[in-house]
Design a protein around this ligand. Structure first.
Ligand SMILES: [Cu+2]
Length: 110
């Protein structure tokens, strides 16, 4: 047993857990008959955000998603989860919408 390593792990683990700069938030979104669910998400500034989006319905025009401020456009295949890494978000709002901009939602960073 390597006691030095064990001690090092014991002391480094809690520190990295609480480090402000390494916060990651995974947000799971679904596209249903009601649109994006949820369609309003609160996030703390400086958090790295990963979206996991699954389209659950055929009867929607949201077969793709666009995030204009991040210049992102992705197809949303039925019942398949896609992952979008947004990186660290600063204060403000990040809007997302279907390709035709009829169904939308927002990440509120504050
Ligand atoms: Cu649409």
């Amino acid at each position: 047993m390597n006691y030095f390593l064990a001690a090092a792990l014991l002391f480094t683990t809690p520190i990295s857990c609480f480090a402000e700069t390494n916060k990651v938030q995974v947000i799971e979104l679904q596209v249903t008959d009601n649109g994006f669910e949820p369609n309003s998400i609160n996030i703390k500034p400086g958090t790295s955000v990963t979206l996991k989006i699954t389209r659950k319905t055929e009867s929607t025009c949201a077969t793709n998603i666009q995030i204009p401020s991040k210049k992102i456009k992705m197809d949303l295949p039925l019942n398949k989860t896609i992952t979008i890494d947004l990186g660290k978000l600063e204060k403000g709002e990040v809007r997302f919408a279907c390709g035709m901009d009829m169904i939308s939602g927002v990440l509120i960073v504050k």
